[in-house]
Design a protein around this ligand. Sequence first.
Ligand SMILES: Cc1cc2nc3c(=O)[nH]c(=O)nc-3n(C[C@H](O)[C@H](O)[C@H](O)COP(=O)(O)OP(=O)(O)OC[C@H]3O[C@@H](n4cnc5c(N)ncnc54)[C@H](O)[C@@H]3O)c2cc1C
Length: 399
Amino acid sequence: MVRLYIQIASSTDADFSPRKTASEEDVQAYAKKILQPYSIEWERVEWYSVYPIGQGISDNYTLDHRVFLGGDACHTHSPKAGQGMNTAFLDAQNLAWKINLVERGFADRSLLHTYEFERKDVAETLLSFDNKYAKLFSQKPPSASAVAAASESTPAVQESHGDNQFVQVFKEGCEFTSGYGVKYQPSVITWSPQHPVQSPVVQPEGSKLRPGRLMINADVTRVVDANVVHLEQEVPMNGSFRIFVFAGKLDLTKGALRDLEQGLRKRSSFYATYERQDVKTVSHHEKHNPHSHFFTFCIIFANKRPEVEISRDVPGLLAQYRDHVYADNLWSRRVPDAHASAHAKMDLDQDRGGVIVVRPDGYIAFVTSLIEGTGTVDALNGYFGSFCTKKIGQDSAHL
Ligand SMILES: Cc1cc2nc3c(=O)[nH]c(=O)nc-3n(C[C@H](O)[C@H](O)[C@H](O)COP(=O)(O)OP(=O)(O)OC[C@H]3O[C@@H](n4cnc5c(N)ncnc54)[C@H](O)[C@@H]3O)c2cc1C
């Protein structure tokens, strides 16, 4: 099946009407004309429609944070960038995990306020990109060579089209059209220097990991079965925060991992506060959420797989995530000199590691160093404490 977009009216036409309509035969005639000197015939038409490229965005995505709008109901634009369905899906996904956390009693209701805040901003960025993009298509069709140059990486070809507006806009939009361009603005769930949690361990110096962006893809070896896996896909979209503990070299971070585990055990920690009530009877098959539906852990060592012995190297509680223990031992062309490519891609110290909290929708929320003492767990308590329903990380909770 082939999909054709046929322009039947242009704003430069003398008799321009954005509501101009056309029969199936009219549209086919336009297509034939456009494709000359080539020809086109149809065996059958599955579906056709005529519509104006219309941009719109609703003032609000919600009524009192009880009724929510998503998808085409609150934003429309041209189909040129292929983003309408993607954006509608991501609206739904963004709202779903937030409603889930609120309904389960993990997150404060105010978490729902971040839905409109995050998703309206994305739609506005999309509309502004689409505006530029659709204009380019409507004004003058790009030449075949310009389209080729836009996706070509040869410097000579790029140079010859360097000042071509179509090429420039296409390239600017690549991140967006590939789905990696979404960037959530700082809020209580997306750390920034204005976030309530301020600590020297948060967002370690030199880290280029950007809270609000999707976690970077990385392949690692799962220790229990030696399978090479995509780390970012290891935890399904099950509503849980994913806490990726990049544990560096296991002989260097032994103390830090032990202190993290000890800190999690404290009754006032986010971990203990949101432990499942049925924790003692959870089946060992439940590999993603043995302790809580609020979060899950993955532990990645910058070691070769045979060097990692889960029962010896992963302390106590964390060892229960044995299906989520990995060796970062695969070469990557993106970081060819790294001895631990996943650590390097995340901009974390390959020997000392760090901790990345990823939201249930896959976006980076919070990054901290992995250090000995209570600094790491304090930072995690602070992060979860800033939007969850109970007070955590307070010593008084022991009383
Ligand atoms: C020609 C064309 C090409 C496109 N190409 C792309 C593309 O390549 N990539 C892309 O990402 N997007 C594309 N889109 C956009 C994409 O299809 C939409 O953005 C997306 O479907 C929006 O999803 P939605 O769930 O918000 O709305 P919809 O998919 O419109 O779903 C709304 C549903 O609600 C139903 N409904 C309406 N009123 C009622 C009612 N009163 N009671 C019960 N049900 C009701 C409708 O029947 C419909 O099933 C294209 C759109 C068009 C028109």
